[in-house]
Design a protein around this ligand. Sequence first.
Ligand SMILES: Nc1nc2c(c(=O)[nH]1)N[C@H]1C(S)=C(S)[C@@H](COP(=O)(O)O)O[C@H]1N2
Ligand SMILES: [Mo]
Length: 438
Amino acid sequence: MGRKPLRSTDDAQPGGTPSPEATEVPEKRPGSGRMGRRTFVVGAAGILGAGVLKGLADPAHAQEAQVIVPDDPTKVQGPTASLVGGRSPFEQPERFLHPQLTSSRTPLQELHGTITPSDLHFERHHGGVAHIDPDKYSLLVHGLVERPMVFTLRDLKRFPSQSTVYFMECSGNFPRNASEDTLPQQICGLTSQSEWTGIPLSTLFREVGVLPEATWFLAEGQDAAVMTRSIPVEKAWDDAMIAYGQNGEALRPENGYPARLFLPGWEGNASVKWLRRIELSDGPFQTREETSRYTDPLKDGKVRQFSFVMDARSIITSPCYPDRVEPGWLELRGIAWSGRGRIRSAEISFDEGATWHAADLQEPVLPKAHVRFRYMWKWDGREATVLSRTTDETGYVQPTQQELIEARGVGTRYHLNPITGWRIRTDGSVVYRTEEWA
Ligand SMILES: Nc1nc2c(c(=O)[nH]1)N[C@H]1C(S)=C(S)[C@@H](COP(=O)(O)O)O[C@H]1N2
Ligand SMILES: [Mo]
């Protein structure tokens, strides 16, 4: 099936600064149509030829080289083994780029299972990608501690390590007033999942001897934005990590190489990439990213600050726009996740939420992780709507958009997790079930 080029949705927010994350449906990069190419290109370091040069001219495809797909692969010797593998030329999943290139979104509708390939993990950069020499990397931990210390990457890697699967989500992950031709990637592609390897932050906190009066810490990045956020110290004693590995390899530069803070289940913004400094203190630092940004206006004129936890959410990723389905059995597939812990259930509704039917959850259901759900459904060819909603182990139920607006007002841009779904028309075409904001 082909992907139509998407028009951008002008979702400007009245009375607010436009946020690259929260307010716009990003546009697809021009000229990157799927499967439309005559010459296939595939990532394959080690294959030489015109394709390599072509790749160099286009940084987005720097690792690509041309391959030939024979009519009968049994009649020709195939290419040799290579240093680094690439995708089948028939599979070209791509992130969606924000027009200002400040973020890109995971193609959730093209993924299987629950792990996001590292090169498709969403990105959000406030000052571009920082490139850091691992030999020059250091992390300073100071402030209200007994022994201020500087750790090199080597030092960090000597501590007992852990590898855990967690989702990561930007809190600006819902485009209000999206149109029917909207992909899952545009609805909530600012979430991805990886197996993160690193050390518990508590290890470093014990090493430096965090003082009892320290209640918050500042995390600072070494990028052009010098991203800084204040985090309650309890998160360090709970499950915060310093991550240096992602899906079996080193972090990608875009995701914070060589080391980042990782706060499971909390808004992505606080997981500071390219982490260079942690300062322990007896209160929050009130940085730009936690005062003018990442706060949620409420109905009563007040503003919610330090809303760290990502609320439970789900999305059906198949079928979705722009699929076309046939009458008969369909497996509805999607993902559900919660920053509070495990997903308890994912449910499907065919009657706008009047009744709900339990979907199967793929085991193991991990805490603070995307969980795949599936539901077998026989489509009778009549116009239909499919919605998904999830409930987490704390009993939190994913709200409708109306419930969200009633609870928080219309001004909120961050932490929007409404129930969403798809309309299936009699011709089998699938479109986003639009809902006007407010
Ligand atoms: N140093 C630094 N850390 C950062 C950012 C940044 O721009 N600079 N972006 C933040 C935001 S807004 C999000 S959502 C996550 C995104 O992480 P990712 O790019 O690895 O997906 O990183 C956070 N950490
Ligand atoms: Mo973000």
